[in-house]
Design a protein around this ligand. Structure first.
Ligand code: MOS
Length: 738
């Protein structure tokens, strides 16, 4: 089935936040953000803005009617700066005016005096000064110190991965509309309507039942709107409450880039120990997560880094420690993979370094250590592993030997262009790592004309969840998709929802829909069995017959993932409903004079379970690969030492475009029939494919080494053309080329 939004998207008819018709008298907001990354606020003078033409009112922390606090996991994030500032762009005032232009113009008239304090941007510095968001955590398996004595080879190293701007096409924003009796409807571009509802409730002091958060769809989220839509909605709601007028704030792109957090940069140290047969016996790793100025989702992201620190490999002795480090950057947040990719990069770097030192192909070490069913993860869960199945199928299907020979022949025939090949296996756990979040609800109404209306907690952000929900309804009712409509996600329809995140949205909400529809279908079957002529009735007739007999045609159902648990004290448990596996082969061509490169091919075998919608899943995989390649090779978030974002526009922040997409992306689904907890056994697909993109880093690295075998290439991503060039000519007498 095609994505239900495809026609409306193509015609430009789909409604995003900025397309909602405005109510007469609507006002517009603009945020004044701190110009400094750290300091004491000595003076905040908004009088110039108040007198600016068209301005209705300027709000600061003094206008907060509830608590000046939007921290989700840890209450450490004021909505408005109050006394001190902790990152550049931290909201200090919210100007509300009769037009966007008037509001933005007035922001420029705000005067602030801030006494500067030392700025920390490096997580290692933060850690050494004790600036931690939460206490460090350590996952342990076996005895890593003991086993190192038995290792034939011990390799140490350091890695650094940079952040990543979400660059959803639709920027953050909210539109708050006053209803009667202090009730507010908020249209928000959020992955988490309930998180917005909670945050606005806290800031305004209004009960959650007075806050109707509505989301039709997002123009992309990628994790950036999991927690960070809350602040903008709270600002609009607060102004709406004071002024009793609708207030809208749709962020200008630069505000969005400057004021919101990104993927967490990580620095890490590793030690890997192997025996003479290239079996990895021990792995010790320490992660320094750059959390930014407040917790946001950092503790949860940190946890997933630990969960995925051994990627697809079984390593019997592991010690992984992670520090969440407080710096003076915007609070970093969820981004597709949620800390998993950062953890996987380190183990892949450790294997690559071992391979380079030992003079063997990295693929040999990778393959020899792939996890098998029954192997234990460092967190205690036993694997039901498709790691070897995906790898073997990729080798055979794509004729890996021929690809290798092709690369070698090309490299011996060409002096100034070199190719590199890398394998990238992926293993990603599906479920929110916080067990309580693995629940969802659905409300299904069948109307007397036979049409069906479905509401869930799922937010459509392009990923196709609404299409999959329609498929679930149609499978149970045996009706045409045209009869089913998925409604906007609303906190007044479905309550206490988890964010649309963790790749789990279709599973959780789809299962709730399945339960609701099955209950209605049970009642309809009873009508069919007892009504004269019931067995011959079509859908519409049957629905009407049920209605006439006063049988309920509505259901509100609840689903909670069974059998998952995790003990954070012991760091052991069974946190994931299942894992998604896959293997990618990545081939790159590097221009060794200029450092530029193209990706020839990404060839994937992806464990889909039994894909319920191969078209949508393929789209997710292709998008994930390209986004992962962007993170690994070209997207460079740059903050200066004062904590100011230098890459704050699309001219200074380069994301993949159609020309940087690999010439070939081949995707083969590994159909796995084993029972799993996915909806219709169709495994989650949102996040895992991003990590195939990590292979692009190592393919390029291999191309550099083909040109300059003694090149020094720090494990520092993204591997931009500039860094590639430095690697190509590192450690070489100046006059020698090739
Ligand atoms: Mo997603 S990174 O779990 O919002």
């Amino acid at each position: 089935m095609k994505h239900v939004d495809s026609a409306a998207h193509t015609r430009g008819e789909s409604i995003y936040l900025d397309d909602i018709p405005l109510i007469r008298g609507s006002l517009f907001g603009a945020v004044f953000g701190s110009p400094l990354a750290h300091g004491i606020v000595r003076r905040l003078d908004v009088s110039g803005a108040e007198q600016s033409p068209g301005v209705v009112r300027v709000f600061t922390f003094q206008d907060v009617t509830g608590q000046n606090q939007i921290g989700g996991i840890v209450p450490d994030e004021p909505l408005f700066a109050e006394g001190s500032v902790h990152f550049c762009g931290m909201p200090m005032a919210f100007v509300v005016a009769v037009s966007e232009t008037a509001a933005r113009h007035a922001v420029g008239k705000i005067i602030v005096e801030i006494e500067p304090l030392p700025v920390i941007t490096d997580p290692r510095v933060a850690q050494s000064e004790g600036e931690l968001i939460v206490p460090p955590r350590t996952f342990r398996l076996g005895d890593v110190d003991g086993v190192m004595a038995e290792c034939e080879h011990i390799i140490e190293g350091r890695t650094d991965t940079n952040g990543q701007e979400h660059l959803y096409i639709e920027t953050q924003g909210a539109y708050a509309v006053p209803l009667e009796n202090q009730t507010i409807r908020i249209y928000s571009s959020t992955q988490a309507p309930t998180a917005v509802q909670r945050a606005v409730s806290k800031v305004t002091g209004l009960a959650m039942h007075a806050l109707d958060i509505e989301v039709t769809r997002l123009g992309g989220g990628f994790g950036g709107k999991e927690d960070q839509a809350n602040g903008w909605a709270a600002l609009c709601a607060l102004a709406c409450l004071h002024l009793k007028k609708p207030v809208k704030y749709a962020m200008p792109r630069t505000d969005d880039m400057v004021m919101t957090g990104k993927r967490h940069p990580y620095s890490a140290d590793f030690t890997i120990g192997l025996d003479a047969n290239l079996k990895i016996l021990g792995y010790a790793v320490t992660f320094y997560q750059n959390a930014g100025a407040a917790a946001d989702l950092s503790p949860a992201v940190l946890e997933r880094t630990l969960f995925h620190c051994t990627n697809s490999y079984f390593i019997p002795n592991v010690r992984a420690t992670a520090y969440s480090c407080r710096t003076n950057l915007p609070p970093n947040t969820a981004f597709r993979g949620f800390g998993g990719p950062q953890g996987m990069f380190v183990i892949e770097a450790a294997i690559a370094k071992a391979a380079e030192i030992l003079g063997v192909p990295a693929a040999l070490i990778q393959k020899r250590n792939l996890q098998k069913t029954g192997d234990v993860f460092p967190y205690g869960q036993l694997a039901v592993s498709e790691a070897e199945a995906c790898w073997q199928k990729a080798e055979e299907l794509y004729d890996i030997e021929a690809l290798r020979r092709g690369v070698e022949e090309f490299n011996s025939a060409n002096k100034l262009f070199k190719k590199g090949l890398a394998m990238m296996p992926v293993c990603f756990g599906i479920s929110f790592t916080k067990t309580l979040m693995n629940q969802a609800r659905a409300q299904v109404h069948v109307y007397t004309d036979g049409s069906v209306s479905v509401s869930t907690g799922a937010v459509e952000m392009g990923q196709g969840v609404n299409t999959k929900i329609i498929q679930v309804v149609c499978a149970v009712f045996s009706i045409d998709p045209a009869l089913v409509k998925v409604q906007a996600t609303r906190t007044f329809s479905v309550a206490n929802t988890s964010p649309s995140a963790a790749s789990a949205t279709a599973d959780l909400n789809g299962k709730a829909v399945l339960i609701a529809c099955t209950a209605i279908m049970g009642r309809l079957k009873e009508v069919a069995a007892t009504e004269p002529g019931g067995q011959e009735m079509g859908w519409k007739q049957l629905v009407m017959a049920a209605f006439l007999r006063r049988v309920s045609l509505s259901e509100h159902a609840h689903y909670a993932t069974p059998d998952i648990h995790f003990d954070a004290g012991k760091e052991k448990g069974h946190p994931f409903a299942y894992h998604v596996y896959g293997t990618a082969i990545v081939v790159a061509t590097l221009d060794c004079l200029r450092g530029r490169y193209t990706l020839d091919a990404v060839k994937v075998v992806h464990d889909s379970g039994v894909s319920m919608n191969p078209t949508i899943d393929r789209g997710q995989i292709e998008g994930g690969i390209v986004q992962g390649i962007g993170w690994m090779t070209m997207e460079e978030v740059v903050y200066d030492e004062m904590g100011r974002l230098r890459s704050n526009t699309l001219s200074t922040y380069k994301v993949p475009d159609i020309y940087s997409v690999p010439s070939e992306i081949s995707i083969d689904f590994l159909h796995t029939e084993l029972d799993n907890l996915a909806i219709f056994r169709s495994k989650a697909v949102g996040e895992p494919p991003l990590m195939y993109g990590i292979g692009a880093y190592f393919a390029l690295r291999n191309a550099i080494l083909a040109f300059n075998p003694s090149g020094i290439i720090p494990f520092n991503a993204p591997l931009t053309p500039e860094k590639a060039l430095m690697g190509l000519y590192s450690n070489k007498p100046k006059h020698v080329v090739g």
